[in-house]
Write a protein that binds this ligand. Sequence first.
Ligand code: MN
Ligand code: MG
Length: 651
Amino acid sequence: MYQVPVASVAKSLTRKDSEADRMPAAHEILPATSPRPRASLRLIATSDLHASLMPYDYRADRPNANLGLGAIALQIAEARGEARNCLLFDNGDFLQGNPLADYAATTRRRRAHPVITAFNTLGYDAATLGNHEFDYGLRFLSGVLADASFPVVSANVATRLGKSASRDETLVPPFAILRRQIIDHDGHAHLLRIGVIGFAPPQIAEWDRNTPEGSIQTRDILAAARAWLPRLRACGADIIVALAHSGIGETDPEEGSENAATALAALPEIDALVAGHSHRVFPGTDFPASPAIDPVRGRLAGKPAVMPGHSANHVGIIDLQIERFTCGPRRWRVVDASARIGQRSADRALSTPALHQALAPDHRATLAWSRRQLGETAVALHSHFATIAPSAALSLIAEAKIDHIRVALAGTRWAGLPLLSSASPFRAGGRGGPENFTEVPAGPLRMRNLSDLYPFPNTLVTLLLTGAEVADWLERATAVFHQIAPGSVDAPLRDDAVPSFVFETIPQLSYAIDLSQPPRFDGQGSLVNPEARRITGLCHGGHPLAATDRFLLVTNNHRAGRARLQDPAARQKVVFTDGARVQSVFSAHVQRKGIVGAPPERNWHFLPMPGTMATFPVGPGAAPYLADIASYRPEPLVRDEEGFTHYRLHL
Ligand code: MN
Ligand code: MG
């Protein structure tokens, strides 16, 4: 029932039909003795745009020519200008990620969604869905997609799973066949049918289980691919492009794997592939070479592939040389290919009048919305040191969540249980770079600051946990740290492979983290060192936690979904969820209290390691806040090429 209206798909599927129908088939033009016609076909792709469209940093409220789809529009325009035959794709995670997206989702829509406006304006040929397309619920998504003048495909996301993958009732069409007139090297026209199929991480069925109007179901990426690809070929696809909102992954991934691009590329029907989701860049140095992965030539399982970074910082370009068969159901085959990455460059920023003009009303409305003052903060709220010291920003988020739930549970049978609330830093350096930190000075607190402090449209979920489960919850959070050998000097503290949001704190508990121990769980939350414990001295209200104590933990739907995946055997007890968004709860809290923010309680610390020093990457905006970590006696050591300054911390 949430299908994209057939009309919008049919329109683009037949976009070139009128020319194509008048065009003689190539075998009628060419004498039998002629060499096989050859043509080039260029595929251009973006991925994980996260609504980065305009050259404007809404969180900081200032223009930034380095940001947005416009900043790579020059690369897209050049790539199109060089090629006779060109297609432009987006690989998902386009709807969420900045105040423009938050504004578009929370305000009644009269216009097309700004991302769809941008894609329509730039003439995208097709797109697939990423996990974040589901953040705002299915009704919102279907409304957004109705305005797309290009097909949106996804083969493994279903409203109902059938007995086999090919019987699934998919949310949007599993694939599309684009009929395009191409010109071969001799200047002759041909009709080419490009099959486009899309995939998303199957984990979204868990991650988004508690979002409004719930349920989508998902299927393993490879199972869906094996079911639909022969169908795509039978429908006449000459060339097949996979849009995989999925990381590079293993050659032989586990069933249900989140990252399946390499295994997908190995399927015989697929000619070229766009990967994404993990926000890395391929081809390039992000990935080591392996028998299946050629990070220099851009090959996965021998097929040309790209992963174009995130937030419009890169564009992927695949060039296919194709040759016409003389017979057979498949009329063209790929005889050569190359894959590369185009990078945006601020000094070559192109003014993209059509794009920026089309988005002007959305931009103005976002500015007005994001500048609205909600209250004041008495202290600076920042994330520079949120993984190495208690943070006023995280305490405030946790407080807003717990206040909402305390009211909601008053008078229920749960009211007597101790309430805990977790919070984690979402923007804290890492792969997002040295500018990827939240920073709100003391003073007015505006909507854009809230979007910065809590960028995800998650909903609140309250779980019933035992003391033992709470301890493991915190153990999982410590996976962001490397193990530090006592007495070692300048080993890196942060494991950059683990995203900062994994580091959850619970301000209502006090504890220490023993970095000399290996992590009990890895960054995915799997038990890797059953004997190890990093959390020590865990107390609530001054009393040590007993394994059988009962607590209510206020967390979010995404984290609760990860917990279900990490420990499928545990029967998760969701006590309460009213679908309230953390962002709305947060803004209501600030408006109700007027003035918020206080220096954080020192509820956790690293277990002291005399004589031991570790390094920690710090962004350029952190200088005014170094006093927060004075107890580590921080010393700047070296600035890396990305712009992080690595500080020595005395543990
Ligand atoms: Mn993404
Ligand atoms: Mg994603």
